[in-house]
Design a protein around this ligand. Structure first.
Ligand code: WT7
Length: 654
């Protein structure tokens, strides 16, 4: 990737200083950077003291066999004890841990004392099923309290969980059960999705007919939807309410080594079978607890935290389960979609529970923008004090809209960069310290070392672009790919000697702040210039009529690749009337924002964009469309009919 071309195409000059009142009371101040710079390992050793250890660690990092790290290796702890029991012991048993809001409107508030009973019962149930430390348990549940309880019950008895997103198919579930060799599956009859019950148990039944899943002895089933006609395998299937409810609510947590596996979480690469990312206990919990405290300025006695992710993704693992609960926070757990039964559902939830810190994804913010400003304006969102974003680069326009229309122009917005592999937040502003820049994740958090390098692994100067790398091990780093150390080495550690290659393009601005530019596979080569899809998308979204944009490079005989953009227009605007005039206007707009080289050759207004179930745009499929090829694998799409609509719109190649 040449440096000159990626650099600073987009000029974003807006700056937002931290609110003075927040800065004065902030959990973390600028001093933390100094402290961590002076003694990085000492800094993390201090953060580890946020936790209650059965045996305090005397070692911090063992990097004698890189890149296989051991953190706090001689320490012993119980992760579930840290997330539940210790708060009860500290007199906080009556504090609400979870405000559960079901999609149909049923609610349940669970205190830390109640959570302790539930987790203890579930742990005793798993023990009765013969689950022993080290055995893997697959969890395939909707967003209901039992999902959180199951994960903590596994952690409590040292059985690594493998949570499989409830939207995944029987095939995806079978592959993951097989790869982890799970012994027990925890599921539900179904969950509520878009106003209807949506079954889950049939997918488990189907998955367990596949070869390689024979080791599953028990399927524990939560009754959520109450559907009648549920298939049952005697001797294997058990109702949660039969088994768990009759258990003792006492369970003495056992201490495990800091490096004891906590969970496996699969992340689908662009090619090959999904990678089972392995996370362990002490280092993971240290970084998750610290980042939740630092990046969200979380005050457990007064904040109401809400992370809108699904527990099936790493965001849900780290910032619904382990971060907030290790910090004794009160949080919201919402089962459903943002537009059921109406498009103001999220804002209604913020108002109802007085949510103070909201953590969501750019895709959701752009959807809310598209639905219109008047919807959030109809609710009282004045409780909000910090907003977070994660999952993909956030376009400056979406960032500013989020701050204005959700944050009332008051709240800091923290754009947090991290990955399933990093376990926790790595690059992000701190809300009481950083003057934020819309669209930039800006700086590694204290204790984290990241930079941008060129093809030859040389660190690029400010104002230039290249590849994002992490230059020092961090506590919540993945320890390996489950069962495949070689793939772990090849995927992350072979591109740049001694550095972790994240797979993302990035640039450093003139201040040295980091801007994420999307996966490196998404960088386009146009007439010898590297142009980031993210920057062209941001330029398009900065036009008042564009709500969302996806940009791809399509093979082109003259320019190597030609920029092809798919745009969704704002509100209910109908483009057909003046489509060609609007397309010309948008092309000119991009040329003005980024320079003529970045002007899209083609722009297609479309109704929807193809997205994965975690909300990421599948540019690979759009590239197929732009190059008029047969579509590749569409099985991870939320809705495959989207592609038919897009193809139907496609005019003959110019
Ligand atoms: C990839 C990791 C981290 C939890 C959710 C996604 C992209 C994530 C940002 C951000 C720009 C981002 C990167 C990264 N990404 N956060 N704030 N700005 N890009 O986890 O599914 O493992 O995906 O998501 O491309 O590599 P994941």
């Amino acid at each position: 990737m040449s440096n000159e071309s990626l650099a600073n195409l987009l000029k974003e000059e807006r700056r937002f200083a931290p609110p003075a009142a927040l800065a004065e009371q902030a959990n973390v101040t600028a001093e933390a950077y100094e402290q961590a710079r002076a003694d990085r390992l000492g800094f993390w050793a201090e953060q580890a003291r946020r936790l209650s250890w059965h045996t305090e660690p005397t070692q911090t990092l063992d990097w004698s066999n890189p890149p296989f790290a051991k953190w706090f290796a001689d320490g012993r702890l119980n992760v579930a004890y840290n997330c539940v029991d210790r708060h009860v012991e500290n007199g906080l048993g009556d504090r609400v841990a979870l405000h559960f809001e079901g999609e149909p409107g049923d609610t349940r508030s669970i205190t830390y004392a109640q959570l302790q009973s539930e987790v203890s019962r579930a742990a005793n149930a798993l023990l009765e099923l013969g689950v022993r430390p080290g055995d893997r348990v697959a969890i395939y549940l909707p967003m209901i309290p039992e999902a959180v309880v199951s994960m903590l019950a596994c952690a409590r008895i040292g059985a690594p969980h493998s949570v499989v997103f409830g939207g995944f198919s029987a095939d995806a579930l079978a592959t993951r059960i097989k790869d982890a060799d799970a012994r027990v599956v925890i599921t539900a009859d179904g969950g509520f999705r878009r106003g209807k019950p949506s079954a889950l148990k049939p997918a488990v039944d189907e998955a367990l007919t596949r070869p390689g899943t024979e080791d599953v002895r028990s399927v524990l089933v939560v009754r959520r939807t109450g559907q009648e006609d549920i298939a049952w395998t005697e001797g294997r299937d058990l109702w949660w309410h039969d088994l768990v409810d009759r258990q003792s609510d006492r369970h003495v947590p056992e201490a495990f080594d800091a490096e004891h596996p906590l969970f496996i979480l699969y992340t689908s690469g662009t090619t090959g079978k999904p990678k089972g990312i392995l996370h362990t206990s002490g280092g993971y919990l240290t970084q998750i607890s610290y980042t939740h405290h630092a990046v969200f300025d979380l005050k457990p006695e007064s904040d109401v935290f809400w992370c809108t992710a699904d527990v099936g993704w790493v965001t849900g693992h780290s910032y619904i389960v382990y971060g907030p609960l290790s910090n004794g926070a009160t949080e919201v757990l919402y089962e459903g979609t943002p537009d059921t039964p109406h498009r103001g559902r999220w804002w209604e939830i913020v108002q109802k529970y007085g949510v103070t810190v909201l953590y969501t994804a750019p895709t959701a913010i752009r959807a809310a923008m598209k639905w219109g400003d008047d919807i959030p304006a109809g609710f009282d969102l004045s409780s909000l004090r910090v907003l977070g974003s994660v999952g993909e680069p956030i376009n400056p326009e979406a960032w500013v809209w989020y701050r204005e229309h959700i944050g009332g122009g008051r709240t800091p917005v923290v754009d947090t960069w991290w990955q399933t592999e990093t376990g926790g937040i790595m690059i992000s502003p701190l809300p009481g310290v950083t003057a934020t820049k819309p669209g930039s994740a800006q700086v590694p958090i204290p204790g984290i070392a990241a930079t941008v390098v060129d093809d030859e692994a040389r660190e690029v100067p400010n104002g230039s672009g290249g590849y994002l790398v992490l230059t020092e091990p961090w506590p919540s780093m993945l320890r390996t790919i489950w069962g495949d150390d070689q793939r772990f080495l090849d995927t992350y550690w072979s591109r740049f000697e001694g550095r972790y290659f994240a797979g993302d393009g990035a640039k450093k601005d003139d201040d040295g702040d980091i801007w994420l530019l999307g996966r490196v596979d998404d960088v386009m080569l146009v007439s010898g210039h590297n142009i980031s899809t993210t920057e062209v998308e941001s330029a398009l979204v900065s036009h008042p009529r564009v709500a969302e944009a996806a940009v791809v490079g399509a093979t082109d005989p003259q320019t190597t690749q030609a920029i092809c953009a798919f745009v969704i227009l704002r509100g209910d605007e109908d483009a057909s009337a003046d489509e060609s005039a609007l397309v010309e206007e948008l092309r000119a707009h991009v040329a003005k924002q980024l320079g003529p080289i970045a002007k899209p050759k083609r722009i297609l207004p479309v109704a929807e964009l193809p997205k994965t179930r975690s909300g990421k745009i599948m540019r690979r499929l759009l590239r197929d469309v732009a190059e008029q090829r047969t579509l590749g694998d569409v099985t991870t799409l939320t809705d495959s009919s989207v592609m038919d609509l897009i193809q139907a719109k496609l005019p003959a190649a110019p």
